[in-house]
Write a protein that binds this ligand. Sequence first.
Ligand SMILES: Nc1ncnc2c1ncn2[C@@H]1O[C@H](COP(=O)(O)OP(=O)(O)OP(=O)(O)O)[C@@H](O)[C@H]1O
Ligand SMILES: [Mg+2]
Length: 482
Amino acid sequence: MFARYRKSSAAEPARTAVSAEAAVAPPTAAPARSPLATLKPAQQPAASSAQAVAADKEKKRKDRLGELKVELHKRLLENLNLSALEHAAEADLRSEIADISNEALAELSVVLNKEDRSQLYQELYDEVMGLGPIEPLLKDDTVNDILINGPHQIFIERAGKLTLSDITFKDEKHLLRIIDKIVSAVGRRVDESNPYVDARLQDGSRFNAMVPPVAVDGSLVSIRKFKKDKLKIEDLVRFGAFTEEMAAYLQAAVATRLNIIVSGGTGSGKTTTLNALSSFIDDSERILTIEDTAELQLQQTHVGRMESRPANVEGKGAVTQRDCLRNALRMRPDRIIVGETRGEEVIDMLQAMNTGHDGSMTTIHANNARDGISRLENMVAMAGIEMPLKAVRAQIASAVNLIVQASRLQDGSRRMTSITEITGMEGEVISMQEIFRYERLGIAPDGKIIGRFNATGVRSAYSDRFKQWGYDLPASIYEPLP
Ligand SMILES: Nc1ncnc2c1ncn2[C@@H]1O[C@H](COP(=O)(O)OP(=O)(O)OP(=O)(O)O)[C@@H](O)[C@H]1O
Ligand SMILES: [Mg+2]
């Protein structure tokens, strides 16, 4: 029954051949011998303390399993019919892997305890079907980000905290093989001449890799895990990202079609915020989303999703966010959402916001609202538009109504640190007023930041608009705490 996934007719003879060869002479692959060597019992470590002995033992155990894994993996690749694997039932494949491994272990005269054995099988399964050592991290829903700096350093982010994990790749070659597996699955290539690549994993996670020699100490990989259950407004309020009052204000702002920019640093929660804000859009509206990597998950019925595409290996076929945006304007959208504005598409985004696509939203990379405006100005300048600065500012001032600042604080918590309205121009300068802000009051002994959200005392310039649309927010939400 399991032989289905072995290489067809040649499978049995091939395996016999391997065993026969092994019987005559030691296998050519060096690692096959070392597990045997290290398996010899009674190798007493010279370390003095019991702890050091235990650590040494654990390391040896890991090394031995690692070496065995390499050898067994090699045999699996020789013996499994890889093209049949795609359709393999998981249980069948697992027993097949166990079968082939058991034979190999017997051949190598290796005896493993039950725990080591099942760990080995799991790792082999992950190697064959998944992404090797990082497969468990991808499956672990509590992990948000996986950051790999060369084969021996894998950092993971859980609940806002980055920590070094004890997971490693065997060597750079192993890491490269997994990178290659990922990018070739999406029809891309990464090598010395194309040293970096952006891709989306099957489960929707965002993936970026850069390989040597540009990556000096081994390949650099960053993975932003895709969350099936995106954080909702209620979750964000519960986690203390913002208050219920701020949520009520944001609901009014989105529902009454203000143009909103979510600003923030890397990993500050921009996309999450944008996604949560979109839940306030009425279900009857036609929304078009444009992203470099499709991450947004809108709840509405009428959503058209677009994803830009980089050029292929020959440098052809690129479809930029700007191309998508221009096309989107011909697709009769009620609202346009651009995942992140980072280049020339800023021109079309501002134009769209100024010409009847009210209620459009995007994110930008900036540290505060003022900085966000400068970023927009810079992007316009970089796009090669020859326009006096004052005119650019006037465009921005009339296009953007609201800047929402997302921040990741030192303690790892993510908060909406400011909500700022753009009210127009005063001379050459864009005028703004902050409505809500996060006030830092200190740091607790455990490193947690102590603070509170507060209103600035400024009433929204849009309160009349909110009221007309039926969002009559009580004046009290604008009153600062004592
Ligand atoms: N308020 C929050 N509380 C807890 N986790 C959050 C919060 N906001 C965002 N996250 C988590 O933080 C991670 C980063 O969030 P997100 O992708 O929204 O950031 P980003 O600013 O868009 O990042 P990038 O700059 O890489 O695009 C995600 O895994 C997300 O689920
Ligand atoms: Mg993002």
